[in-house]
Design a protein around this ligand. Structure first.
Ligand code: C2E
Ligand code: MG
Ligand code: MG
Ligand code: MG
Length: 277
């Protein structure tokens, strides 16, 4: 009996493994098709100056309008896209569409002060072609590098230091600013920070969420803001969901903020009315 049971378990295990592999393969095929059909589109979440709540720019966040699957959020396709490196094509598709949209708003609204901030997978920074790829997109779209920011995570700072530094230096020389995303969640050593030409630390939302109720989170945020100030960097607090958190962050000298309390990510067609106001 025990033997039978064991065998049964193996069959169940095999079947569920088989399903997982099948699902991943199907997802990969659909992502490939989605890239070709240009189904990846940016939604935009405004970033505000906390002092006066004025919109200073927005983050581009990938959404997948899939023919097969409908509207898909990043958590459902980014992990596999990273594993398969298909994220490289998605990132550039989002970046180009975002730059094109901002250029359109510049022409329509005469707002040249706004920037768009695009997320890049760390592997981009390990590639010698990154600065040229970005510059070519900007030239094609006709957007000034001053209006583009790039977000990367700490992972990009831990390997291939030489090429990452060279890429950052070249991007900075064009006038592009560089943001370190999800700061505080990554790797404990802060010693690497000053070696890279980073302009902004984005304080991870896990520290911000209900910070007014968590004394230890307040201490961490204050430490990050002071660190940034000492390194001549600026800070953006992510994931601000209520007024109390917004006020506390401002009190701790965090200059910029982003979160559902101010604006949710939205399609370009919805954002335009906030830019006109
Ligand atoms: P992220 O870059 O840290 O982006 C911020 C995430 O926090 C977004 O989730 C945003 O919708 C969410 N968020 C903003 N404000 C709030 C808030 O007040 N409360 C809560 N609970 N969440 C808030 P989203 O759009 O689902 O994106 C998730 C992650 O997927 C991003 O985190 C980023 O790591 C990745 N991602 C999104 N678009 C791209 C892309 O084009 N390329 C790459 N490589 N990664 C992307
Ligand atoms: Mg980001
Ligand atoms: Mg983030
Ligand atoms: Mg994140």
């Amino acid at each position: 009996h025990a033997k039978d049971k064991g065998k049964g378990r193996y069959e169940v295990f095999d079947a569920s493994m088989h399903n997982k592999v099948q699902n991943a393969l199907r997802l990969e095929t659909d992502i490939r098709e989605g890239i070709i059909q240009e189904e990846f589109v940016p939604h935009f979440q405004p970033i505000v100056r906390l002092r006066d709540k004025k919109i200073v720019g927005f983050e581009a966040l990938a959404r997948w309008q899939s023919d097969q699957r409908g509207f898909v959020y990043p958590s459902e396709f980014i992990p596999l896209a990273e594993e398969t490196n298909l994220i490289m094509a998605i990132d550039l598709q989002i970046l180009e569409k975002s730059c094109r949209q901002l250029k359109l708003w510049q022409d329509q609204l005469q707002r040249f002060d706004l920037y768009v901030s695009c997320n890049l997978f760390s592997n981009h920074f390990f590639s010698h072609t990154l600065p040229d790829d970005i510059e070519n997109i900007l030239t094609k779209v006709g957007l000034s590098p001053q209006n583009l920011r790039l977000e990367l995570t700490e992972r990009a700072l831990l390997e291939n230091t030489e090429v990452v530094l060279e890429n950052m230096t070249r991007l900075k020389a064009l006038g592009i600013r560089i943001l370190l995303d999800d700061f505080g969640t990554g790797y404990s050593s802060l010693s690497y920070l000053h070696r890279f030409p980073i302009d902004v630390l984005k304080i991870d939302r896990s520290f911000i969420n209900n910070v007014h109720e968590h004394g230890n989170h307040q201490a961490i945020i204050k430490t990050i803001v002071d660190l940034a100030t000492n390194l001549q960097m600026s800070t953006v607090g992510e994931g601000i969901e209520n007024l109390a958190d917004a006020q506390l962050l401002e009190k701790m000298d965090c200059v910029y903020g982003q979160g559902f309390y101010f604006y949710k990510p939205m399609p370009a067609s919805d954002l335009v009315k906030f830019l006109q106001a």
